[in-house]
Design a binder for this molecule. Structure first.
Ligand SMILES: *Cc1c(COP(=O)(O)O)cnc(C)c1O
Length: 220
């Protein structure tokens, strides 16, 4: 008892001011998430809609809920009313669906565009070269608000190797921000996980997504 709270508090103490820590809570219990909230981390990430519904209903607005998993199109209608932000938008089709469902709920949905910074064929996320155009198209959707970018980067044994991908994503974030696209404020750059977050912060992340380091190894 209290181990998770201690991990979260210790992690927070070492994070520079102005950087948001999101707890990536897939496969965790509500009691574990409550320990994290108790330590002062109130941004919680969920990957699976089914799993998250009970959590969000139990914990509610003590936390800000981020959808960080891959979105199946048939789940959009469930995800939109439940979450406060969606970090994994990678196509105009998906953005348009989110916009439609947000309109039905009288909601303006904050989103991040997921970037496939490693340009890997089998990975989700928009290709870096397509992101600016995608955001310009998304900017006219009235019930959706682009707030920034999210990236995972390639899966590498040596996470120092992620640095160039984080750096390129930061450059893209700034470039798009400097274009002053109406309706678009580039405020959040979500990158870095348990192994790689110090590098991501050095390369300009404003939000890091941490699972294992807070909760311990995942049960599955
Ligand atoms: C699980 C997950 C994380 C956290 O990963 P850890 O290595 O456990 O810190 C971050 N981002 C996403 C999208 C995840 O699914």
């Amino acid at each position: 008892m209290g181990q998770i709270r201690d991990n979260a508090a210790r992690l927070l103490a070492g994070i520079p001011r102005g950087i948001t820590v999101l707890a990536a809570a897939k496969a965790r219990y509500a009691s574990e998430i409550l320990e994290v909230i108790d330590a002062g981390i109130t941004d919680i990430g969920e990957n699976y809609f089914q799993e998250s519904r009970a959590m969000i209903e139990a914990i509610g607005d003590k936390a800000t809920w981020h959808f960080i998993g891959h979105i199946q199109k048939n789940k959009v209608k469930h995800i939109v009313p439940l979450f406060d932000m969606i970090q994994t938008v990678d196509s105009l089709e998906l953005a348009a669906m989110i916009d439609q469902h947000a309109a039905k709920h009288g909601k303006v949905m904050p989103v991040l565009v997921e970037v496939n910074s490693g340009r890997e064929e089998n990975k989700h996320g928009a290709m870096p070269g397509a992101v600016a155009e995608l955001i310009m198209q998304m900017a006219v959707l009235p019930n959706l608000r682009v707030k920034g970018l999210m990236t995972m980067g390639p899966f590498l044994d040596d996470f120092e190797g992620l640095r160039p991908f984080f750096r390129q994503t930061r450059a893209l974030f700034e470039e798009i921000g400097s274009q002053d696209i109406p309706n678009v404020r580039m405020e959040i750059l979500s990158m870095g996980m348990s192994d790689s977050f110090p590098i991501a912060i050095e390369e300009g992340a404003t939000m890091v997504r941490i699972g294992t380091m807070i909760f311990g190894q995942r049960p599955y």
